[in-house]
Design a protein around this ligand. Structure first.
Ligand SMILES: O=P(O)(O)OC[C@H]1O[C@@H](O)[C@H](O)[C@@H]1O
Length: 310
């Protein structure tokens, strides 16, 4: 019988612990936090716990540059210690948005990231990866197993449990958000609309709605995968307010924005923002452990847990 355990980079330790608890019910799945030490010159020392035959590496890849180096070193140490199978659980998968060279000379970061991670692990599990023009996550990882899970079932359950006004219109702020808004609208039986967005720069967008009358006297709930600079949500909210929305809320999978930005969102007319725990953030309100555990149960097979070592 082979062994299985889960190890996490420190920033995702709480969500990883929840996942280990859910996945390892009755198994006592071993959970360890990977230790990081920063040397005075900025380099990292990475120390892992003893490897299991199958080791699940939990690393949500927001603020990714140091984490990618930590992952590289963790995979090296675990392979050398005998891990036969490494499964990367990255609830947020970084560098997916640059999926073409928009200007001559630009790197296609999505492609480079796929190649890099495929040299480290045997399987990647992520959630709502930004694959706008990429048909399938397997195009990013053609040589290893990869799944892009949806947070929408968890988001729908959370919204339904809180109670939602049936007059609410779900808003997709741009064409990229359409699959998520569509899915959520179907699950919650709500009307939805998708706006047209033109991006002029990192923090500058214009947003137009096809039917300016749709929102008059009704609540709006914006749905998106990522909030980064916050420009998309803030500009969309101002447009919704001008269209007469009675309340404006937002729900997103990956909250990448600075926590202090919530005040600016409130100024733009947004009453509340809820996010999943894919990235640790004060707006976290929806846990993904159930979604992730369902995808990872196949790893349990005939394994037994390796004892937790620290
Ligand atoms: O406008 P910010 O928050 O910077 O960026 C997030 C938006 O940019 C898109 O790629 C995402 O799908 C989201 O709509």
């Amino acid at each position: 019988m082979s062994t299985i355990a889960l190890q996490a980079l420190p920033s995702g330790a709480s969500a990883a612990k929840r996942l280990a608890a859910r996945l390892g019910v009755g198994l006592g799945l071993g959970f360890d936090e990977i230790a990081l030490h920063r040397f005075p010159d900025g380099e990292l020392r990475v120390t892992v716990a003893p490897a299991a035959d199958t080791t699940i590496l939990f690393a949500s890849l927001d603020q990714p540059n140091d984490k990618l180096i930590a992952l590289l070193f963790a995979a090296e140490a675990l392979r050398r210690d005998g891990a036969r199978r490494l499964v990367l659980v990255a609830p947020y998968l970084c560098y997916m948005r640059q999926d073409i060279a928009f200007h001559p000379g630009e790197a296609i970061s999505q492609r480079a990231m796929g190649r890099l991670l495929a040299t480290l692990v045997d399987r990647v599990v992520t959630v709502d990866a930004h694959l706008h023009r990429t048909p399938d996550i397997r195009s990013v990882f053609p040589d290893i197993e990869a799944e892009n899970l949806s947070a929408m079932p968890a988001i729908a359950d959370a919204l339904a449990a809180d109670g939602i006004d049936p007059a609410t219109v779900l808003i997709g702020p741009d064409a990229e958000s359409e699959p998520w808004v569509n899915d959520l609208a179907g699950r919650l039986r709500l009307q939805h609309t998708v706006a047209r967005k033109t991006r002029h720069g990192d923090r500058s967008v214009d947003i137009d709605f096809a039917d300016p009358m749709l929102l008059a006297g009704r609540p709006a709930l914006m749905v998106d995968d990522i909030v980064s600079s916050g420009a998309t949500l803030a500009v969309a909210a101002r447009a919704l307010r001008a269209m007469g929305a009675t309340a404006i809320d937002a729900v997103v999978t990956h909250a990448l924005f600075p926590a202090a930005m919530v005040t600016a969102f409130n100024d733009a007319g947004i009453r509340s923002i809820r996010s999943t725990d894919s990235v640790p953030h004060p707006t976290n309100a929806i846990a993904l452990d159930e979604v992730l555990a369902a995808a990872l149960r196949s790893e349990l097979g005939t394994t037994r847990s390796r004892e937790t070592t620290r």
